[in-house]
Design a binder for this molecule. Structure first.
Ligand SMILES: Nc1ncnc2c1ncn2[C@@H]1O[C@H](COP(=O)(O)OP(=O)(O)OP(=O)(O)O)[C@@H](O)[C@H]1O
Ligand SMILES: [Mg+2]
Length: 466
């Protein structure tokens, strides 16, 4: 027999065998084979294993010296090397440790039992109140909704904050960024919204913030009453980057499940910047190039992938209205994450240090904040008032320095004169104590009273009359 015939015969037999094996085991052979590999390298948080072929995003377990197993996720590969990152603390790793691939991808346990609970990025309860019984499972990465099937934003949502309700009206299913430097009041404003927003369920993702803040948020901000309708997913700054990433994804997946039950969900993510930082750490450690001011390209792919999951459901089934805080370092509004976030969100509320330093809270900079769904949820008279107030504030702020030293001449600009006359009332309108709520109707009426009331004008004109 010639060698060519022998080779064909062997090949045919292998194919027959493979077909029969395929019928017996419905898994693709590549997954069924080579499930266990060996740890070759561990530098920083990146682990390299050889011999295990596992799909991107799947979970592997690495054996440690104590006989425990550390959970990791496949974040990349090169040749036969698989790059893994831990989702928990790395301790007791050994060279040549066993790496076992699992078919699990990230799954999120969901159910009513989550209400009132505080969990970590793996879904483990942090509040010491026992296990949570899951009613179903959602994918960590979510499933995209066809944009044409999404319900358009058409209803306004009461967030309980006067300046936002009246001047930057929020629609159900809108995604808004809360932009501010550190310590300007982002978390406090989110806290007010958790207490006063008209939502069925509130999902809070505390991502990469200080550990102390988690307790503060749960005990003081939410309180017993607020926690009852909330789910808190907390992954503080000391957790590995993958855990921080998963914290944001888990919070979003939980919000998606409640939305799919037909409920109106408020999703609060503090902060989107820390989510981007986590992805930056992951990208850089698997060798992505830092292309935009130290951020690798994957960061700018992950941001819209996360944000796009919020919004209205298909065919009127529930909604997720989402607020993402964005840290603008040194109050730099052009920072790459802030820039990317502004482009993908349906509006941004800017908090300014100058206003906070003057003791004016919430420190919302009305002039530069924008709600992109305003057109759909306001009437022309309302929009005219918003425009008028913005004009008055812009006119006043342009002359701020002259006014401060008393060098502004009344009568030089009628708009500035009017702004001066109304200024105390405007400040009173914008300021709001954290314990006070103001619904949409009340806020709108207050705006109308503020601008339609001519009493101060008359008094001022008489005062300044010769
Ligand atoms: N509405 C408010 N009324 C009174 N004080 C406030 C208000 N909002 C913020 N503050 C003050 O500002 C401080 C910082 O607020 P907050 O923690 O909300 O800021 P942040 O922007 O979340 O900060 P970080 O960037 O550190 O997370 C608070 O401790 C409080 O003193
Ligand atoms: Mg904060």
């Amino acid at each position: 027999m010639s060698s060519i015939a022998a080779a064909n015969w062997q090949e045919a037999r292998n194919l027959r065998l493979a077909a029969r094996l395929g019928e017996a085991n419905p898994q693709p052979p590549s997954l069924a084979l080579a499930r266990e590999g060996v740890l070759r390298r561990a530098v920083g948080l990146t682990l390299e294993a050889s011999g295990c072929s596992a799909p991107l995003g799947s979970r592997c377990k690495v054996e440690t010296s104590g006989g425990r197993w550390v959970d990791t996720e496949v974040v990349g590969f090169a040749g036969d090397r698989t790059y893994l990152m831990p989702t928990a603390d790395l301790e007791g790793l050994l060279p040549n440790a066993r790496v076992v691939t699992t078919r699990r991808r990230g799954e999120v346990a969901v159910g009513e039992g989550l209400l009132g609970r505080v969990i970590d990025s793996d879904g483990v309860p942090l509040d010491g109140r026992g296990a949570i019984r899951p009613e179903g499972w959602m994918g960590l990465a979510g499933t995209a909704i066809n944009p044409l099937m999404r319900e358009p934003i058409s209803q306004s949502l009461d967030v309980g904050v006067r300046a936002i309700n009246a001047l930057l009206p929020i629609g159900r299913g809108q995604r808004i960024g809360l932009f501010a430097g550190s310590g300007v009041g982002k978390s406090t404003l989110l806290g007010m919204m958790t207490r006063y927003t008209a939502a069925d369920v509130i999902v809070v993702g505390l991502i990469g913030e200080r550990g102390r803040e988690v307790r503060d948020f749960v005990e003081s901000t939410l309180g017993v009453e607020g926690l009852r309708r909330s789910v808190v997913v907390a992954t503080p700054a000391d957790r590995p980057p993958l855990a921080r990433l998963h914290g944001a994804l888990r919070a979003t997946a939980i919000a998606e499940w409640f939305r799919d039950q037909g409920l109106h969900v408020l999703l609060l993510m503090d902060s989107l910047t820390r989510f981007a930082h986590a992805q930056r750490e992951i990208g850089l450690s698997v060798g992505e190039p830092p292309t935009t001011r130290g951020y690798p390209p994957s960061v700018f792919a992950k941001l819209p992938a996360l944000v796009e999951r919020a919004g209205n459901g298909a065919d009127g089934r529930g909604s997720i209205t989402a607020f993402y805080t964005v840290l603008t370092e040194g109050d730099d509004q052009q920072e790459p994450i802030a820039d990317a976030a502004r482009a993908i969100l349906d509006g941004h509320i800017v908090l300014t240090r100058r206003i906070a330093d003057a003791g004016q809270y919430p420190a919302i900079d009305v002039e530069v904040s924008v709600s992109r769904v305003m057109q759909e949820i306001t009437d022309p008279a309302w929009r005219a008032r918003i425009r008028k107030l913005k004009q008055l504030m812009a006119a006043y702020n342009a002359q701020r320095d002259l006014i401060a030293i008393g060098a502004y001449q009344r009568g030089s600009d009628p708009l500035v004169d009017e702004a001066l006359a109304r200024w105390p009332a405007i400040m009173q309108f914008l300021g709001q104590d954290v314990t006070e709520a103001s619904d949409v109707e009340a806020s709108r009426a207050a705006l109308a009273r503020l601008l339609d009331d001519d009493a101060h004008l008359k008094v001022r004109t008489q005062e300044t009359a010769p």
